[in-house]
Design a protein around this ligand. Structure first.
Ligand SMILES: [Zn+2]
Length: 206
């Protein structure tokens, strides 16, 4: 398959695959259904040897919520493997109007708040067991008062969609990445896992 042209910036809508079927239904009871299913293997892309099947099972058990308010699972596009200057994208871009609420995909512990030229205004957070790291980039701003160490319930607002960093100014979106938490000082720099098939919950409208 020919690759579509992509921008170096975190531009949206350049998925290498067509829109896919909805993510697996959280209500499915059998143990087999806990495995990520759907047209896109959950580990598409370079799955680092540090990510084990147990990690994928544990991620599915987190029952992630789509992290942008009002966006259903079926509206997501998978651009995890889109080419970027330094390899693949390794994340999902979720388009939404500027200042749309960004919500916690999981029960979170806020671990790092940072602003830089690439990701712009970003949040790094972990699940309560500190097995995974969720990275939110290009935010317009944080939710007022958000601080490192805060515990945030799944679905709660943590910030707002924007174009800070290297996002195209006319394409507000959330760059959302899931990583296995790394051991050591750079705990936020672990191997990426494609979250596309792991969302169990739509983000509801306010
Ligand atoms: Zn992106």
């Amino acid at each position: 398959m020919a690759l579509l042209p992509v921008f170096a910036a975190c531009s949206s809508s350049r998925a290498l695959r067509p829109a896919a079927a909805p993510a697996p239904d959280a209500s499915m009871p059998s143990s087999a259904s806990r495995r990520p299913i759907g047209p896109t293997p959950a580990h598409v892309g370079p799955l680092d040897a540090r990510v084990a099947d147990d990690d994928l099972d544990a991620l599915w058990e987190r029952q992630l919520m789509v992290p942008v308010e009002g966006i259903p699972r079926g509206a997501l596009k998978d651009n995890f493997t889109a080419k970027r200057t330094a390899g693949i994208h390794g994340a999902l871009d979720i388009l939404a109007p500027r200042t749309t609420a960004v919500v916690a995909a999981d029960d979170l512990v806020i671990g790092r708040l940072f602003s830089g030229p690439v990701g712009g205004i970003v949040i790094y957070a972990s699940d309560p067991e500190q097995r995974f790291v969720y990275y939110y980039a290009h935010l317009e701003r944080y939710r007022k008062g958000l601080a490192v160490g805060d515990r945030v319930a799944k679905g709660s607002v943590i910030g707002y969609v924007g174009t800070t960093g290297n996002a195209p100014p006319d394409t507000p979106h959330l760059h959302f990445q899931v990583m296995k938490r790394a051991v050591g000082r750079a705990w936020w720099d672990g191997p990426a896992i494609n979250p596309f098939s792991f969302f169990a919950l739509d983000a509801l409208r306010p």
